[in-house]
Design a protein around this ligand. Structure first.
Ligand SMILES: Cc1cc2nc3c(=O)[nH]c(=O)nc-3n(C[C@H](O)[C@H](O)[C@H](O)COP(=O)(O)OP(=O)(O)OC[C@H]3O[C@@H](n4cnc5c(N)ncnc54)[C@H](O)[C@@H]3O)c2cc1C
Length: 472
């Protein structure tokens, strides 16, 4: 008989925590999970999934417009925000149920409350104050959006609230230039809101390949999103029914909604981590080793709370590797190299491997293959939108070290290319693959001409902090 109530106590029922709990329980561990809000965490409740549903909704506008070139005549389509949000909420509720059942089905116990550490083996449950002990504790508490400290910041929403607005605002001003900012700019613009994007840098998506950044900036302008770069918000004042936003360059705009997408912080405050002796990094993140072990030997941490690569599949893999290693006698660790990622802007961006400005530092002999073209679909639709595709090849080994794309279905295409890169594919392997015609993706296997100009200047932007951390 062990002296602990559970073998594993997981704090946080999100992507990383639920995967770890389920796998550990499958290995025979006695597992409990505490979740203070809703099962599924950020990804399911107010991140990837609802965001992608809203992205789909916004992109119908393009489809309706494009259809005309193909002979369709449509009545003026009407959009109903309440119907979209209600349908989205129904789907999220369904997924939340699946997450709960996955834990319970594996034999785990769920506590629907906040849990904090009392010491290295004890947590206290906020609901009733009960103390529970465990041999191993996993902190998988994720992160939260942060707002800048400016006058009137309380009037602004973040991505959390964007999913639950009562109405679609007629005008939105989004602050930020990272994943979430450009994704929501596409969503609101697509659904018909007058959209302004204010970003303090000179170009959105800092750290991404420069050709993708340039490509997306051009498309945002074409869509008539009011992109204001090298600017920031100085203050927000509430008026009768809307807000006056004053920018640092003195400009002022009246809008119905202001949204900050300016950063996310790890959820480590008031968790009792200091009492247990867990060390934090400069951004408040939990410091872990390659096995996700913290400075306390029986306490582990996975996912956004460790601020490594803030993406759902990464949190899931880290949770899985932890459970296999600690409870399944299968030592493993998450490989953080060559993680593909997409930005669901419109048009979307996807990438795996190094951007050119980083690749040319690592590989002095870098070959660059770049294509920029109007896809076949838009010959009839008439849409003035370009696709950008890029391969970076180490000329010494012929290995493809970067694959980047902006355009329709970029995420779907780059996910497949990521397999090739992970296997160490060479440019000759890409060339030996027969094109699937006619498709956009075939460009990746038909690129033959190296870009003449030398690689872009090294370290033009600092290395990318990958994932939805949004500290842009
Ligand atoms: C708007 C948005 C869009 C995104 N889109 C994508 C995308 O398209 N693709 C992608 O890969 N990633 C995306 N992400 C990132 C992704 O959501 C996160 O990387 C992922 O959810 C991290 O999982 P996690 O398990 O670390 O944390 P989370 O999923 O955040 O789970 C943490 C859970 O812990 C709970 N919790 C916190 N403290 C306590 C406590 N003391 N006691 C009990 N429970 C607690 C929280 O309520 C939460 O449910 C997006 C994020 C946002 C915000």
């Amino acid at each position: 008989m062990t002296r602990f109530d559970f073998d594993l106590f997981v704090i946080g029922g999100g992507s990383g925590g639920v995967r770890a709990a389920r796998i550990a329980a499958g290995h025979g561990a006695r597992v409990a999970v505490a979740e203070e809000y809703r099962f599924g965490g950020t990804c399911v409740i107010r991140g990837c999934v609802p965001k992608k549903l809203l992205v789909y909704a916004g992109r119908f506008r393009d489809e309706f417009e494009d259809a005309q070139g193909y002979g369709w005549t449509l009545e003026a389509p009407r959009f109903d925000w309440s119907a979209l949000i209600a349908n989205k909420d129904m789907e999220i509720k369904r997924l939340e149920g699946i997450y709960r059942r996955n834990v319970e089905g594996a034999g785990g116990k769920i506590f629907d409350t906040r849990a904090t550490l009392v010491d290295a083996h004890t947590v206290v449950l906020a609901d009733g104050g009960r103390k529970v002990t465990a041999g191993t504790i996993l902190v998988a508490t994720g992160g939260h959006p942060v707002k800048p400290d400016i006058p009137g910041a309380e009037h602004a929403i973040t991505s959390n609230e964007a999913f639950h607005l009562d109405e679609l605002p007629a005008s939105v001003l989004i602050v930020g230039g990272g994943y979430i900012a450009v994704e929501f700019a596409g969503i609101f613009d697509g659904l018909g809101a007058e959209t302004t994007l204010v970003y303090r840098g000179d170009k959105v998506l800092r750290g991404f390949d420069e050709d993708l950044r340039d490509g997306l900036m051009a498309e945002l302008f074409k869509r008539e999103i009011d992109v204001r770069v090298n600017a920031n918000v100085a203050r927000i004042e509430k008026n009768w029914g809307d807000y006056t936003v004053t920018l640092t360059d003195g400009a002022s705009l009246d809008v119905e909604c202001v949204m900050f997408a300016t950063g996310r912080s790890p959820n480590t405050a008031d968790l009792g981590l200091e009492k247990a002796g867990v060390k934090l990094g400069k951004q408040g993140e939990i410091r872990v080793d390659a096995q996700s072990r913290t400075s306390v030997s029986n306490i582990y941490a996975v996912g956004d709370v460790t601020d490594r690569v803030n993406l759902t599949p990464v949190a899931i893999r880290e949770g899985h590797a932890f459970a296999d290693s600690v409870f399944g006698k299968k030592p493993s660790s998450m490989d953080h190299d060559l993680i593909p990622t997409a930005v669901f802007s419109t048009p979307e961006i996807a990438t795996v491997g190094l951007p050119e400005h980083e690749a040319c530092e690592v590989y002095p002999n870098l070959d660059v293959y770049l294509a920029r073209f109007r896809p076949l679909k838009h010959t009839l639709s008439g849409r003035d939108e370009f696709v950008v595709m890029k391969l970076l090849v180490d000329a010494e080994t012929d290995k493809v070290v970067g694959c980047h794309m902006m355009g329709p279905d970029a995420a779907e295409i780059v996910q497949m290319a990521a397999i090739a890169l992970k296997m160490g594919a060479t440019k000759a392997d890409f060339d030996a693959t027969v094109a699937l015609h006619p498709s956009v993706a075939e460009e990746f296997v038909t690129m033959r001409t190296k870009r003449g100009a030398p690689a872009r200047p090294a370290a033009r932007t600092p290395p990318r902090k990958r994932g939805y951390d949004e500290t842009s």
